[in-house]
Design a protein around this ligand. Sequence first.
Ligand code: G3P
Ligand code: MG
Length: 250
Amino acid sequence: MTASNLSWPYPKLIAHRGAGHAAPENTLAAMRAGARQGHTMVEYDLKLSLDGVPVLLHDDTVDRSSNGQGRACDLTYRELAKLDFGSWHSREYAGEPIPTLYAIAAFTQANNLCSNIEIKPSAGTDADTGRRIAQFAAQLWSNADVPPLISSFSEPALQAALRAAPQLPRALLLGETVPKDWPERLQRLRCVALNVHETVVTAALVHEVHAKGYKIAAWTVDEPARAHELLEWGCDALFTNDIKPARPDF
Ligand code: G3P
Ligand code: MG
């Protein structure tokens, strides 16, 4: 199969970390809030606990987004489950637990939400995390019509995901620098898309990515004017914290 034949069954808007700023990031409450806002796709960050449970967490440590301390890879799931991942956001979400991929797979599929699983390995665990999360995802979405999009900044993690579950679509995440050899990287990892920082997206880049048969998604776009511009250029999807699908100015 060539890159140009690969399907892209995903919507134009992707709720960043579940519901952007509306709820504590990477929680089941965020997924519910995202769905209530009308989103049909959610992005979330995944890593492994000390005992290998796939949990949603952005940072290496739990310090910023919970009432605990330490690196997730040094804590068992039992220890992580005792922490409060909601109070830092607001009182309404006090007691929100860290979700597992099992819970999120159940919620998103029951509510027809597409998933973008961002593999965020703890330092030094890239290949192992990529392999195991791809295996979990392949199993948990085995009966789904729309597979989760697997993405990562970590090429070793994507390489391991490719080996473990080649049938799952992959996207390479890039920050504010686009390396010249991005097409070779996408080809090597058999990616369908480039997920790139919105500030480096130009009409020319969108054109070039499409000309090579790939899709392009921009993160993270919260200004409606910028969102319009990116979509007019043909950007295939935007990650957002603030834009709601039905907002009249979008
Ligand atoms: O996947 C897009 C975006 O989530 C990447 O950055 O740091 O928010 O995970 P970050
Ligand atoms: Mg992310």
